[in-house]
Design a protein around this ligand. Structure first.
Ligand code: COA
Length: 153
């Protein structure tokens, strides 16, 4: 599937995200084909329970049709239900499509990662709140089991 191969995540790594209890992979199907995916995991950052969008990808043939937006919303729903305080991700500074998608969903730049995507190609760390602090749980103790979740629109 083209959107997975773009990403550089090996089958072994994808298998780990699929089976680990603190991560999951969401997929969107179009007919019998996979049209898009999101890889998510839970972690701790300076004592905070956070969720990380490891990757989102849409097959080039299906881009521009709202699948990325749908995946991001479903990803945020998973992060919220897992009890994360905030959602974090990394994106290349020149990835205008992904940046527009994330900004329109409330993500703000919280850090710069020099040369993260190669010489002269910085990464941006982005973040948004997952849910009100009052309802935060410990996702590493109570998070959902990993599962392949079909997310047809
Ligand atoms: C980024 C990506 C997931 C977006 O998926 P998509 O299905 O094409 O996006 P959508 O159709 O849902 O559009 C969502 C938003 O992206 C932005 N966008 C989409 N296509 C765009 C384009 N050609 N130019 C600029 N912005 C664009 C818009 O903000 C759009 O929101 P809007 O329709 O309300 O204006 C997809 O382009 C992709 O897989 N890219 C390669 C992998 C990648 O860069 N992943 C992100 C790594 S952090």
């Amino acid at each position: 599937m083209a959107c997975f191969s773009d990403d550089g995540l090996s089958h072994a790594v994808l298998g780990h995200y699929l089976t680990a209890r603190d991560s999951t992979i969401l997929v969107v199907r179009r007919g019998s084909a996979l049209a898009g995916f999101a890889v998510l995991r839970l972690a701790r950052d300076r004592g905070r329970a956070i969720a990380i969008i490891v990757s989102i990808g849409v097959d080039p043939e299906h881009r521009g049709n709202g699948i990325g937006r749908h995946l991001l919303r479903e990803a945020q729903r998973w992060c919220q239900q897992a009890g994360a305080e905030c959602v974090q991700l990394k994106v290349a500074q020149d990835n205008v499509v992904a940046l527009a998608l994330y900004r329109s969903h409330g993500y703000r730049v919280v850090g710069r990662l020099p040369h993260y995507y190669g010489v002269g190609r910085d990464g941006l760390r982005m973040e948004r709140p997952a849910q009100p602090a009052a309802s935060v749980m410990d996702p590493l103790k109570s998070g959902p089991a990993s599962a392949m979740i079909p997310t047809d629109r």
